[in-house]
Design a protein around this ligand. Structure first.
Ligand SMILES: [Cu+2]
Length: 443
């Protein structure tokens, strides 16, 4: 899509079940958002129409059917959207699709004996999120890319249901992050690792020597420290990663460079202007606390009690008697004490408001928080400014255990009292279990 154009889309449902198609990250009228209310019946065609009001970036679309998003996305109902604009076309960044501008949709899957995808077979999947032991990149197992240019732009989408990737190259080379979910960064930022949670996108630029080979990898996840007492740096952190399933190392994509001359110009020093809403201009701050229900014995409750106290109770309480982690995290997924209800509007935002949304995670696992309609900027994490690699526009932000993240955005253009937008955890099993809410923008 090109910024400024009007797109007419026909989504024909050829399935024998209901579905929806959500334009993740795109600023569109609520009735065309493709959330749980815009159900497409089997055999029906849905025809959204909207103006592309975005900066150049990488977006995606996926099923958002109430209670069935995880199952439908796992079966393949997801795809990529690239938005171009004139400003980005003039930067000299690699932009030849499939040649030096490469989309990488990264998803993990489990396979049944007959070769079909296997989805949700255990309570563990429901609590920790569905994870597979096979990585698919653009639907391909064990992929490689023959590279004919010395500089590549990789558009990474974490299209997985729940797995967090920690990308890097197998020779630990430096690459440049140039874009986040909804925009390019103000300037390229050098990095060796890039965490990407479900729903998030990033664009990176990597340079290769002729006749060389290097692998894009994903390494064990490394959550931030969080609140004091969480001890996420040590043994408990490793145990949590293992429990959640983000402790594995995967080969994502092998890059095989052919013959070419190595001369590449420097990357541009400035890429774009990222909107800077000032916190002092915000009309209000809303707080969203992500919650996982509890079951199991008193020991478990005591442990979670420590967690709910802003993480000060520490991991020791978590692992104490009471049936261990799994026993303690049964129960419903909620935000601010309430599980998703399609008949309840949780938040009303006045059209044009600039608001700060404060997202707190007192649970022992990381949650990617996604807001429909808008692109936001991360103001701070536990009071500290975000790292440069996440300082672009975002629509999904990973909130680690014990962490509180503040984001700021303007809710412009589209008011509709009848059609809500969603906000939710983008671990699809958490979303399907109720970690979601609804907001309307009112004129
Ligand atoms: Cu979650």
């Amino acid at each position: 899509m090109r910024a400024g154009e009007v797109v007419n889309i026909q989504v024909a449902n050829g399935l024998d079940e209901e579905t929806t198609v959500h334009w993740h990250g795109m600023h569109v009228p609520a009735k065309w958002d493709g959330g749980p209310h815009q159900v497409i019946a089997p055999g029906a065609t849905w025809t959204p129409r909207f103006e592309v009001k975005q900066k150049a970036a990488t977006f995606w679309y996926h099923s958002h059917l109430m209670g069935r998003t995880g199952a439908q996305v796992a079966r393949g109902l997801a795809g990529l959207i690239i938005v171009d604009d004139e400003e980005s076309a003039d930067l000299g960044l690699p932009n030849e699709y499939g040649v030096d501008d490469i989309p990488l949709v990264v998803q993990d899957r489990r396979f049944a004996r007959d070769g079909s995808f296997e989805y949700l077979t255990s309570m563990h999947d429901r609590m920790m999120g569905y994870k597979g032991d096979v990585i698919l990149v653009n639907g391909t197992v064990g992929p490689y890319l023959e590279v004919a240019r010395p500089r590549l732009r990789l558009r990474l989408l974490n299209g997985s249901n729940s797995r967090i990737y920690n990308f890097g190259f197998d020779d630990d080379r430096t690459f440049h992050v140039i874009g986040t979910d909804g925009s390019l960064l103000a300037a390229p930022v050098a990095a060796r690792r890039l965490r990407l949670a479900p729903g998030e996108r990033a664009e990176i630029v990597v340079e290769l020597a002729a006749q060389s080979s290097v692998r894009l990898m994903s390494y064990p996840d490394a959550p931030r420290g969080g609140a004091p007492g969480m001890g996420m740096g040590g043994m408990m952190a490793r145990m949590m990663r293992r429990m959640v399933g983000n402790d594995e190392t995967f080969s994502i994509l092998e890059l095989r460079a052919g013959s070419f001359s190595r001369a590449v110009p420097p990357l541009p020093g400035r890429l774009t202007e990222v909107p800077r809403w000032q916190a002092a201009k915000a009309e209000r701050t809303r707080r969203f606390e992500l919650q996982m229900g509890m079951m199991g014995g008193m020991g478990g409750m005591g442990g979670m009690g420590g967690m709910m106290g802003r993480g000060r109770g520490g991991m020791g309480g978590m692992m104490g008697p009471g049936g261990g982690m799994m026993g303690m995290m049964g129960g419903p997924m909620r935000i601010n004490g309430r599980a998703m209800d399609m008949d309840r509007i949780d938040v009303r935002v006045p059209l044009g408001a600039i608001e700060i949304w404060e997202i707190a995670n007192p649970t022992p696992v990381s949650h990617p928080f996604h807001i429909h309609d808008i692109q936001f900027r991360i103001l701070d994490r536990d009071g500290r400014p975000p790292r440069a690699i996440e300082a672009g526009l975002k629509d999904t932000v990973l909130v680690d255990p014990g962490e509180t993240v503040r984001v700021i955005a303007e809710f412009g253009d589209y008011a509709d009292p009848d059609n809500p937008y969603m906000y939710h955890c983008h671990i699809l099993e958490h979303e399907d279990a109720g970690m979601m809410g609804q907001f309307v923008v009112t004129a």
